[in-house]
Ligand binder design. Structure first.
Ligand SMILES: NC(=O)c1ccc[n+]([C@@H]2O[C@H](COP(=O)([O-])OP(=O)(O)OC[C@H]3O[C@@H](n4cnc5c(N)ncnc54)[C@H](O)[C@@H]3O)[C@@H](O)[C@H]2O)c1
Length: 249
């Protein structure tokens, strides 16, 4: 019999929001298994595994490491591919397939692969996006993948409830990750671009990876014991206003 309590798997944990999630769990005394394409940073002796969540071999590596860790109480499907920009008319088939594989199919298949290790009362938290609730012009693959993940979260909640599992998602607004900050710095007018990002949110600022991690932690915890199938915006009020949500980034 394995003791799954206080074991968490976080995908895409090498940087950004995933890293903040892994750090928060580690700080709170959890056993953390961080998975990513490149080896995630070492968090005080926690486990880490190099794995592509879109491949069967990568998922199998995560399952093996999770079993060695002694089981899993929370799975956070955070890894995402955000590199296939393009409209419905010009997004490449290859980019479309990669985006859907990593952002939508992998959370389904990794959850399925880990389900035998998840005790009743375990929780899955999917990291979706406001772009799963509304579309951004010229970002068709990402929008479709996150919209799919939003409704997959609801399907998972219904299908896994009989197993005692809860499944919820967060939908972050613009978060000050390395990637977002870099894209601001590389724009023609970084100050204006930053203001444009900030003005998408009622709170007039970017969110921090830590602020997303805290909501993920809550959804994975017993404090959220009566929540399943919920999509929780962590977006500084972006989706509270149709005008903000409708503005192009
Ligand atoms: N940053 C934002 O503003 C923002 C907003 C809304 C939603 N999100 C979502 O939050 C999550 C984290 O975003 P981020 O900004 O920290 O992203 P990021 O690109 O900084 O980090 C994503 C991590 O996932 C890893 N990854 C990508 N493909 C993988 C694969 N196939 N297998 C394993 N690991 C893989 C990457 O190596 C990277 O370390 C994503 O799901 C993203 O869609 C981010």
């Amino acid at each position: 019999m394995t003791d799954a309590s206080n074991g968490v798997v976080v995908t895409g944990a090498a940087r950004g929001i995933g890293r903040a999630i892994a750090e928060l769990y580690a700080e709170r005394g959890w056993r953390v298994l961080s998975a990513d394409l490149s080896l995630p940073p070492n968090l005080r002796g926690q486990r880490r595994v190099k794995a592509d969540v879109s491949t069967a071999a990568g998922r199998e590596r995560i399952v093996r490491a999770a079993r060695e860790m002694g089981g899993v109480q929370v799975l956070v499907n955070n890894a995402a591919f955000q590199g296939a920009h393009g409209s419905v008319l010009d997004v490449s088939e290859r980019g479309w397939a990669r985006t859907l594989n990593v952002n939508l199919t992998a959370p389904l298949l990794l959850t399925r692969a880990l389900v035998d290790l998840l005790p009743r009362s375990a929780a899955v938290v999917n990291v979706a996006s406001v772009q799963g609730l509304f579309a951004e012009q010229g970002n068709a693959a990402y929008n479709a993948s996150k919209g799919g993940l939003v409704n997959l979260t609801r399907a998972m909640a219904l299908d896994l409830a009989p197993h005692g599992l809860r499944v919820n998602a967060v939908a972050p607004g613009a978060i000050s990750t390395e990637a977002v900050l870099q894209s601001i710095m590389e724009s023609d007018d970084p100050e204006q671009t930053r203001r444009d990002y900030e003005d998408l949110h009622a709170l007039r600022r970017l969110g921090t990876p830590r602020e997303v991690a805290q909501v993920v932690y809550f959804l994975g915890s017993e404090d959220a014991a009566f929540m399943t199938g919920a999509i929780v915006p962590v977006d500084g009020g972006m989706t509270a206003s149709f005008m903000m949500a409708g503005r192009p980034v």
